[in-house]
Design a protein around this ligand. Structure first.
Ligand code: SF4
Ligand code: SF4
Length: 397
Protein backbone atom coordinates (compact mmCIF):
# COMPACT_ATOMS: atom_id res chain seq x y z
CA UNK A 1 0.00 0.00 0.00
CA UNK A 2 1.22 3.52 -0.66
CA UNK A 3 1.94 5.57 2.46
CA UNK A 4 -1.23 7.09 3.83
CA UNK A 5 -1.44 10.83 3.33
CA UNK A 6 -3.79 12.87 5.50
CA UNK A 7 -4.86 16.50 5.56
CA UNK A 8 -3.62 17.20 2.08
CA UNK A 9 -5.55 19.17 -0.54
CA UNK A 10 -6.76 17.15 -3.54
CA UNK A 11 -3.95 16.32 -5.93
CA UNK A 12 -5.46 18.42 -8.69
CA UNK A 13 -5.04 21.59 -6.60
CA UNK A 14 -1.50 20.89 -5.37
CA UNK A 15 1.57 22.31 -7.10
CA UNK A 16 3.80 19.71 -8.75
CA UNK A 17 6.63 20.22 -6.28
CA UNK A 18 4.25 19.31 -3.43
CA UNK A 19 3.31 16.16 -5.30
CA UNK A 20 7.01 15.33 -5.46
CA UNK A 21 7.46 15.95 -1.72
CA UNK A 22 4.68 13.47 -0.92
CA UNK A 23 6.20 10.83 -3.18
CA UNK A 24 4.84 9.38 -6.40
CA UNK A 25 3.45 5.95 -7.28
CA UNK A 26 6.70 5.30 -9.13
CA UNK A 27 10.08 7.06 -9.14
CA UNK A 28 10.72 9.52 -11.95
CA UNK A 29 14.45 9.24 -11.55
CA UNK A 30 15.55 5.70 -10.87
CA UNK A 31 19.23 4.88 -10.83
CA UNK A 32 20.11 1.23 -11.26
CA UNK A 33 23.72 0.24 -10.75
CA UNK A 34 24.25 -3.00 -12.63
CA UNK A 35 27.61 -3.99 -11.18
CA UNK A 36 30.22 -2.96 -8.64
CA UNK A 37 32.92 -4.10 -11.07
CA UNK A 38 34.96 -1.31 -12.57
CA UNK A 39 38.24 -1.07 -14.46
CA UNK A 40 38.89 2.37 -12.98
CA UNK A 41 39.35 3.40 -9.38
CA UNK A 42 38.20 7.02 -9.30
CA UNK A 43 39.02 8.72 -6.05
CA UNK A 44 35.50 10.19 -5.67
CA UNK A 45 33.50 7.08 -6.70
CA UNK A 46 30.18 7.29 -4.84
CA UNK A 47 29.75 3.50 -4.79
CA UNK A 48 33.37 2.59 -3.94
CA UNK A 49 33.35 0.37 -7.04
CA UNK A 50 36.08 -1.98 -8.21
CA UNK A 51 35.28 -5.63 -7.57
CA UNK A 52 32.15 -7.39 -8.77
CA UNK A 53 29.90 -8.57 -5.93
CA UNK A 54 29.13 -12.31 -6.32
CA UNK A 55 25.54 -11.68 -5.21
CA UNK A 56 24.79 -9.36 -8.15
CA UNK A 57 21.45 -9.81 -9.93
CA UNK A 58 21.44 -12.43 -12.68
CA UNK A 59 20.31 -11.62 -16.21
CA UNK A 60 16.90 -13.17 -15.51
CA UNK A 61 16.54 -11.16 -12.31
CA UNK A 62 17.40 -7.98 -14.22
CA UNK A 63 14.74 -8.81 -16.80
CA UNK A 64 12.24 -9.30 -13.95
CA UNK A 65 13.12 -5.87 -12.56
CA UNK A 66 12.53 -4.36 -16.00
CA UNK A 67 9.13 -6.12 -16.17
CA UNK A 68 8.22 -4.47 -12.88
CA UNK A 69 9.40 -1.07 -14.03
CA UNK A 70 7.28 -1.47 -17.15
CA UNK A 71 4.23 -2.28 -15.03
CA UNK A 72 4.97 0.79 -12.88
CA UNK A 73 5.27 2.85 -16.06
CA UNK A 74 8.72 4.07 -15.10
CA UNK A 75 9.65 6.28 -18.02
CA UNK A 76 13.39 5.59 -17.98
CA UNK A 77 16.24 4.29 -15.83
CA UNK A 78 19.76 5.59 -15.31
CA UNK A 79 21.99 2.56 -15.63
CA UNK A 80 25.39 2.82 -14.01
CA UNK A 81 27.84 1.00 -11.81
CA UNK A 82 30.71 0.40 -11.44
CA UNK A 83 31.22 0.23 -15.17
CA UNK A 84 27.96 -1.22 -16.55
CA UNK A 85 29.52 -2.22 -19.88
CA UNK A 86 31.68 -4.74 -17.99
CA UNK A 87 28.62 -6.95 -17.57
CA UNK A 88 28.60 -9.55 -20.36
CA UNK A 89 24.80 -9.16 -20.52
CA UNK A 90 24.92 -5.35 -20.70
CA UNK A 91 23.45 -5.12 -24.20
CA UNK A 92 20.76 -7.77 -23.60
CA UNK A 93 19.61 -5.86 -20.49
CA UNK A 94 19.55 -2.52 -22.34
CA UNK A 95 17.71 -4.03 -25.28
CA UNK A 96 15.24 -5.81 -23.01
CA UNK A 97 14.47 -2.53 -21.21
CA UNK A 98 13.94 -0.59 -24.44
CA UNK A 99 11.78 -3.39 -25.88
CA UNK A 100 9.65 -3.10 -22.74
CA UNK A 101 9.08 0.66 -22.97
CA UNK A 102 11.61 1.54 -20.28
CA UNK A 103 14.00 4.10 -21.75
CA UNK A 104 17.67 3.85 -20.82
CA UNK A 105 20.24 6.45 -19.99
CA UNK A 106 23.53 4.88 -19.02
CA UNK A 107 26.75 6.23 -17.60
CA UNK A 108 30.10 4.86 -18.64
CA UNK A 109 33.75 5.74 -18.33
CA UNK A 110 34.00 4.99 -22.05
CA UNK A 111 36.75 2.39 -21.91
CA UNK A 112 34.63 -0.34 -23.49
CA UNK A 113 32.69 1.89 -25.86
CA UNK A 114 34.49 0.93 -29.06
CA UNK A 115 33.46 1.55 -32.66
CA UNK A 116 31.11 -1.46 -32.84
CA UNK A 117 29.46 -0.64 -29.53
CA UNK A 118 28.93 2.96 -30.64
CA UNK A 119 27.24 1.80 -33.86
CA UNK A 120 25.03 -0.60 -31.93
CA UNK A 121 24.03 2.15 -29.49
CA UNK A 122 23.40 4.65 -32.27
CA UNK A 123 20.91 2.26 -33.83
CA UNK A 124 18.71 2.17 -30.69
CA UNK A 125 15.83 4.46 -29.82
CA UNK A 126 15.01 5.62 -26.27
CA UNK A 127 18.65 5.47 -25.28
CA UNK A 128 20.99 8.13 -24.02
CA UNK A 129 24.66 7.84 -23.04
CA UNK A 130 26.63 9.80 -20.48
CA UNK A 131 30.40 9.74 -20.74
CA UNK A 132 32.12 10.61 -17.48
CA UNK A 133 34.85 13.20 -17.71
CA UNK A 134 36.16 15.25 -14.80
CA UNK A 135 38.58 17.56 -16.52
CA UNK A 136 39.06 19.24 -19.89
CA UNK A 137 42.72 18.30 -19.66
CA UNK A 138 44.20 14.88 -18.98
CA UNK A 139 46.15 16.29 -16.05
CA UNK A 140 43.01 17.40 -14.20
CA UNK A 141 40.84 14.44 -15.22
CA UNK A 142 43.36 11.68 -14.62
CA UNK A 143 44.34 13.03 -11.22
CA UNK A 144 40.87 11.90 -10.09
CA UNK A 145 39.98 9.12 -12.53
CA UNK A 146 43.36 7.47 -13.16
CA UNK A 147 46.01 7.50 -15.87
CA UNK A 148 44.58 7.05 -19.37
CA UNK A 149 40.98 7.76 -18.34
CA UNK A 150 40.81 11.08 -20.21
CA UNK A 151 41.96 9.46 -23.43
CA UNK A 152 39.44 6.62 -23.02
CA UNK A 153 36.55 9.08 -22.50
CA UNK A 154 37.51 11.17 -25.52
CA UNK A 155 37.90 8.11 -27.68
CA UNK A 156 34.42 6.90 -26.71
CA UNK A 157 33.04 10.36 -27.49
CA UNK A 158 34.69 10.22 -30.88
CA UNK A 159 33.19 6.79 -31.59
CA UNK A 160 29.71 8.05 -30.66
CA UNK A 161 30.10 11.13 -32.84
CA UNK A 162 31.41 9.06 -35.75
CA UNK A 163 28.51 6.62 -35.40
CA UNK A 164 26.03 9.52 -35.59
CA UNK A 165 24.67 8.87 -32.14
CA UNK A 166 23.43 12.45 -31.73
CA UNK A 167 23.52 14.58 -28.61
CA UNK A 168 24.92 12.29 -25.93
CA UNK A 169 25.93 13.78 -22.57
CA UNK A 170 29.32 14.54 -21.07
CA UNK A 171 28.97 14.19 -17.31
CA UNK A 172 31.28 16.16 -15.04
CA UNK A 173 31.57 16.08 -11.26
CA UNK A 174 32.49 19.65 -10.35
CA UNK A 175 35.58 19.86 -8.17
CA UNK A 176 38.02 22.45 -6.92
CA UNK A 177 40.34 21.40 -9.74
CA UNK A 178 37.97 21.62 -12.71
CA UNK A 179 35.66 24.51 -11.88
CA UNK A 180 37.88 26.82 -13.93
CA UNK A 181 37.56 24.45 -16.88
CA UNK A 182 33.77 24.58 -17.24
CA UNK A 183 33.86 26.72 -20.38
CA UNK A 184 36.43 24.38 -21.91
CA UNK A 185 34.40 21.32 -20.90
CA UNK A 186 31.29 22.76 -22.50
CA UNK A 187 33.21 23.57 -25.67
CA UNK A 188 34.70 20.08 -25.68
CA UNK A 189 31.25 18.48 -25.35
CA UNK A 190 29.89 20.67 -28.11
CA UNK A 191 32.77 19.74 -30.40
CA UNK A 192 31.35 16.20 -30.34
CA UNK A 193 27.75 17.39 -30.74
CA UNK A 194 27.20 16.49 -27.06
CA UNK A 195 25.66 18.34 -24.13
CA UNK A 196 27.41 19.11 -20.85
CA UNK A 197 25.94 17.80 -17.62
CA UNK A 198 27.44 18.86 -14.30
CA UNK A 199 26.88 17.22 -10.93
CA UNK A 200 27.84 17.91 -7.37
CA UNK A 201 30.67 16.12 -5.58
CA UNK A 202 29.24 14.31 -2.56
CA UNK A 203 31.21 12.77 0.30
CA UNK A 204 29.79 9.32 -0.55
CA UNK A 205 31.75 6.11 -1.13
CA UNK A 206 35.41 6.85 -1.78
CA UNK A 207 34.35 10.49 -2.06
CA UNK A 208 34.18 10.53 1.74
CA UNK A 209 37.97 10.48 1.81
CA UNK A 210 38.55 13.07 -0.93
CA UNK A 211 35.59 15.42 -0.47
CA UNK A 212 37.36 17.91 1.73
CA UNK A 213 40.29 18.18 -0.68
CA UNK A 214 38.23 18.28 -3.89
CA UNK A 215 35.09 20.20 -2.96
CA UNK A 216 34.83 23.68 -4.47
CA UNK A 217 35.84 26.51 -2.16
CA UNK A 218 33.23 29.04 -1.05
CA UNK A 219 34.47 31.47 -3.71
CA UNK A 220 34.25 28.72 -6.34
CA UNK A 221 30.69 27.91 -5.29
CA UNK A 222 29.77 31.52 -6.11
CA UNK A 223 31.70 31.23 -9.37
CA UNK A 224 29.78 28.05 -10.22
CA UNK A 225 26.43 29.63 -9.35
CA UNK A 226 27.16 32.65 -11.57
CA UNK A 227 28.28 30.33 -14.35
CA UNK A 228 25.12 28.19 -14.13
CA UNK A 229 22.65 31.09 -13.94
CA UNK A 230 20.69 31.27 -17.17
CA UNK A 231 22.71 28.44 -18.75
CA UNK A 232 19.74 26.29 -19.69
CA UNK A 233 21.87 24.31 -22.13
CA UNK A 234 23.83 22.76 -19.23
CA UNK A 235 22.09 19.94 -17.36
CA UNK A 236 22.28 19.77 -13.55
CA UNK A 237 19.53 17.41 -12.27
CA UNK A 238 19.00 18.10 -8.59
CA UNK A 239 22.66 18.72 -7.96
CA UNK A 240 23.01 22.35 -7.08
CA UNK A 241 19.84 23.56 -5.40
CA UNK A 242 21.85 24.47 -2.30
CA UNK A 243 23.46 27.18 -4.47
CA UNK A 244 20.06 28.81 -5.01
CA UNK A 245 20.54 30.41 -1.58
CA UNK A 246 22.78 32.89 -3.41
CA UNK A 247 19.64 34.44 -4.92
CA UNK A 248 17.72 33.47 -8.03
CA UNK A 249 16.82 29.76 -8.13
CA UNK A 250 18.79 27.63 -10.57
CA UNK A 251 16.93 25.48 -13.08
CA UNK A 252 16.36 21.85 -12.05
CA UNK A 253 14.66 19.97 -9.26
CA UNK A 254 14.77 22.25 -6.24
CA UNK A 255 14.36 19.75 -3.48
CA UNK A 256 15.89 16.57 -2.15
CA UNK A 257 13.99 13.85 -4.00
CA UNK A 258 15.38 10.94 -1.96
CA UNK A 259 12.68 8.28 -1.56
CA UNK A 260 10.11 10.66 -3.07
CA UNK A 261 10.97 10.83 -6.75
CA UNK A 262 14.49 9.36 -6.67
CA UNK A 263 15.94 6.05 -5.53
CA UNK A 264 18.70 3.58 -6.26
CA UNK A 265 18.71 -0.13 -7.01
CA UNK A 266 22.23 -1.38 -6.34
CA UNK A 267 23.88 -4.36 -8.09
CA UNK A 268 22.68 -6.88 -5.48
CA UNK A 269 19.11 -5.55 -5.65
CA UNK A 270 19.19 -3.42 -2.52
CA UNK A 271 17.00 -0.32 -2.80
CA UNK A 272 18.35 2.88 -1.26
CA UNK A 273 16.75 6.31 -0.96
CA UNK A 274 19.16 7.85 -3.44
CA UNK A 275 22.40 6.92 -5.24
CA UNK A 276 24.46 8.92 -2.77
CA UNK A 277 23.32 7.22 0.43
CA UNK A 278 24.49 3.63 0.13
CA UNK A 279 24.27 2.94 3.84
CA UNK A 280 22.09 0.65 5.97
CA UNK A 281 20.29 3.66 7.42
CA UNK A 282 18.85 4.47 3.98
CA UNK A 283 18.21 0.89 2.87
CA UNK A 284 14.50 0.44 2.11
CA UNK A 285 14.45 -3.20 0.97
CA UNK A 286 15.54 -5.48 -1.85
CA UNK A 287 14.02 -6.26 -5.23
CA UNK A 288 14.30 -9.97 -4.32
CA UNK A 289 11.93 -9.45 -1.37
CA UNK A 290 8.33 -10.66 -1.74
CA UNK A 291 6.48 -7.87 -3.55
CA UNK A 292 9.67 -6.83 -5.32
CA UNK A 293 10.65 -3.27 -6.09
CA UNK A 294 7.04 -2.11 -6.26
CA UNK A 295 6.41 -3.04 -2.67
CA UNK A 296 9.64 -1.43 -1.50
CA UNK A 297 8.84 1.82 -3.29
CA UNK A 298 5.25 2.00 -2.10
CA UNK A 299 5.36 0.47 1.36
CA UNK A 300 8.77 0.83 2.96
CA UNK A 301 8.77 2.61 6.30
CA UNK A 302 11.90 4.50 5.33
CA UNK A 303 10.37 5.98 2.18
CA UNK A 304 7.15 6.80 4.05
CA UNK A 305 9.16 8.75 6.62
CA UNK A 306 11.13 10.60 3.93
CA UNK A 307 7.83 11.67 2.35
CA UNK A 308 6.61 13.28 5.54
CA UNK A 309 7.22 17.01 5.95
CA UNK A 310 10.74 17.36 7.34
CA UNK A 311 11.96 19.59 10.13
CA UNK A 312 13.79 22.72 9.03
CA UNK A 313 16.03 22.20 12.05
CA UNK A 314 18.97 24.55 12.25
CA UNK A 315 17.83 26.21 9.01
CA UNK A 316 14.53 27.42 10.54
CA UNK A 317 15.59 31.02 10.82
CA UNK A 318 17.30 31.16 7.44
CA UNK A 319 15.67 33.45 4.93
CA UNK A 320 16.98 31.28 2.10
CA UNK A 321 15.28 28.06 3.20
CA UNK A 322 12.65 28.15 0.44
CA UNK A 323 15.42 28.29 -2.16
CA UNK A 324 17.87 25.88 -0.57
CA UNK A 325 15.66 23.51 1.47
CA UNK A 326 18.54 22.89 3.84
CA UNK A 327 20.56 21.18 1.11
CA UNK A 328 21.58 17.57 0.48
CA UNK A 329 20.81 14.82 2.99
CA UNK A 330 23.60 12.58 1.73
CA UNK A 331 26.24 15.27 2.06
CA UNK A 332 25.24 15.99 5.65
CA UNK A 333 25.10 12.32 6.58
CA UNK A 334 28.54 11.28 5.35
CA UNK A 335 30.42 14.25 6.81
CA UNK A 336 28.99 13.64 10.27
CA UNK A 337 26.26 16.27 10.48
CA UNK A 338 22.66 15.67 11.54
CA UNK A 339 20.05 15.64 8.81
CA UNK A 340 18.48 18.84 10.10
CA UNK A 341 21.81 20.67 10.19
CA UNK A 342 22.64 23.06 7.34
CA UNK A 343 24.21 21.59 4.21
CA UNK A 344 27.99 21.19 4.77
CA UNK A 345 28.49 23.48 1.77
CA UNK A 346 25.91 26.04 2.95
CA UNK A 347 26.71 29.10 0.88
CA UNK A 348 26.04 31.35 3.87
CA UNK A 349 28.78 29.57 5.79
CA UNK A 350 26.35 28.26 8.41
CA UNK A 351 27.93 24.81 8.54
CA UNK A 352 31.50 25.96 9.05
CA UNK A 353 31.41 25.84 12.81
CA UNK A 354 29.83 22.37 12.74
CA UNK A 355 32.46 21.10 10.32
CA UNK A 356 35.16 22.43 12.63
CA UNK A 357 33.76 20.15 15.33
CA UNK A 358 34.05 17.04 13.13
CA UNK A 359 37.26 15.14 13.63
CA UNK A 360 38.89 11.70 13.81
CA UNK A 361 35.75 9.79 12.87
CA UNK A 362 33.54 11.69 15.31
CA UNK A 363 30.69 13.82 13.92
CA UNK A 364 29.67 17.33 14.87
CA UNK A 365 27.30 16.09 17.57
CA UNK A 366 29.55 13.39 19.04
CA UNK A 367 28.26 10.36 17.11
CA UNK A 368 30.63 8.36 14.86
CA UNK A 369 30.88 9.64 11.27
CA UNK A 370 29.02 7.01 9.17
CA UNK A 371 31.11 4.98 6.74
CA UNK A 372 29.72 3.44 3.54
CA UNK A 373 28.19 0.02 4.21
CA UNK A 374 30.41 -1.82 1.74
CA UNK A 375 33.66 -1.10 0.00
CA UNK A 376 34.27 -2.79 -3.36
CA UNK A 377 37.54 -0.97 -4.03
CA UNK A 378 40.46 -2.87 -5.45
CA UNK A 379 43.79 -1.71 -4.14
CA UNK A 380 46.33 -0.27 -6.51
CA UNK A 381 44.29 -0.45 -9.72
CA UNK A 382 45.55 1.39 -12.78
CA UNK A 383 43.58 1.80 -16.01
CA UNK A 384 43.88 -1.37 -18.09
CA UNK A 385 43.39 -1.21 -21.85
CA UNK A 386 40.65 -3.63 -22.91
CA UNK A 387 40.39 -1.63 -26.12
CA UNK A 388 43.41 -0.27 -27.91
CA UNK A 389 43.65 3.31 -26.76
CA UNK A 390 45.07 5.65 -29.33
CA UNK A 391 45.17 9.44 -29.64
CA UNK A 392 41.82 10.83 -30.71
CA UNK A 393 41.34 13.37 -33.49
CA UNK A 394 40.67 16.09 -30.96
CA UNK A 395 43.78 15.40 -28.89
CA UNK A 396 46.23 15.02 -31.75
CA UNK A 397 48.54 17.99 -32.12
S1 SF4 B 1 20.23 13.15 -0.60
FE1 SF4 B 1 21.29 14.69 -1.86
S2 SF4 B 1 21.82 13.59 -3.73
FE2 SF4 B 1 20.26 12.40 -2.70
S3 SF4 B 1 18.31 13.07 -3.58
FE3 SF4 B 1 18.70 14.29 -1.74
S4 SF4 B 1 19.70 16.12 -2.50
FE4 SF4 B 1 19.85 14.61 -4.12
S1 SF4 C 1 21.28 27.90 6.56
FE1 SF4 C 1 20.27 26.10 5.72
S2 SF4 C 1 18.61 26.88 4.40
FE2 SF4 C 1 20.03 28.60 4.82
S3 SF4 C 1 21.42 28.61 3.09
FE3 SF4 C 1 22.40 27.41 4.70
S4 SF4 C 1 21.80 25.26 4.29
FE4 SF4 C 1 20.42 26.62 3.11
Amino acid sequence: MPPEVVHQPPAATRPLVDEFRLGLDAPICLTWELTYACNLSCSHCLSSSGRRDPRELSTEECFAVVDELQRLQVFYVNLGGGEPMLRPDFFPIVEYAIDHQVGVKFSTNGTFLDRDAARRLAAMDYLDVQISLDGATAAVNDAVRGAGAHRASLQAMEHLADAGFGAFKVSVVVTRENVDELDDLRALAESFGAQLRVTRLRPSGRGADTWDRLRPTQAQQRQLYDWLLGRDDVLTGDSFFHLSAFGEALPGLNLCGAGRVVCLIDPVGDVYACPFVIHDEFLAGNVRDPGGFTDVWRSSELFASLREPGSEGACTSCGSYDACQGGCMASKFFVGLDLDDPDPECVLGNAEELLDRVGAGVGAHGAPVPRPTADHSRPGVAVPSPVTLRPTRRTRP
